[in-house]
Write a protein that binds this ligand. Sequence first.
Ligand code: APR
Length: 252
Amino acid sequence: MVDVRDAAKALAGAGRVVVFTGAGISAESGVPTFRDALTGLWERFDAQALATPQAFEDDPDLVWGWYEWRRSLALRVRPNPGHEAVAAIERHAPHTVVITQNVDDLHEQAGSTAPIHLHGSLFTPRCAACSGPAEPSRQPEPEEGRRLAPPRCGHCGGPVRPGVVWFGEALPVEPLESAVQAATECDVLLTIGTSGLVYPAADIPVVAARFGATVIQVNPQPTPLDEVAAINLPGTAATVLPALVEAAWPPS
Ligand code: APR
């Protein structure tokens, strides 16, 4: 495990750390990644085909039902040792910025203070017409999923849509700017559980490397970021990250 020791040394010695996460960090909490096959009502569909403005326009009940099912799942699941290790990094290295592509709130639940959500959140629906905020539901959804008509906006009567970034949509400006700035300033960037295929988010580790940061990757599978990472730690978030934190800041 020489690589874990090298990674731990880089992490413990870093002034500024960026933790960049994707769906893989939530996989061991029971949230399927975008590469996993869908189940129940959604099994005939591809996650990437449901996450588009066109899909919502063509079949709003199907897409809203899928997001409500995901919101309901996100309310049931709990952070795993990977999320907890990220929160521990923030405690040990106070200049840490957490950037996530995930729309769940498992980083917050684990104690991360202000993760930057590049792709929005399951808990901030808004009007598709006037962009006015809408109240997120707390209602549990059936496990197999269901079609569900989107609620209507209280201001203009337009359909409510999920507060997430769909394929083909621009990322929210402020989170993206903060993320790029953190990437240019950090000494170590830890990229965890992302396929590195979806842009512009996938550029964040590339920017960090270009500005001189040591990029450390945690992923059980090869990704395009293997090329960018100085240290690759093959394995799952919930196994590798606690070991990395313990090696970086051994318990006294
Ligand atoms: N621990 C760490 N990594 C894991 C684990 C695990 N337990 N399980 C799977 N992975 C890895 C996979 O090997 C894969 O590389 O997580 C990655 C998940 O890839 P994606 O599903 O593509 O997720 P992500 O990279 O977050 O997707 C980016 O695409 O669909 C859009 O907006 C959506 O934010 C999402 C974006």
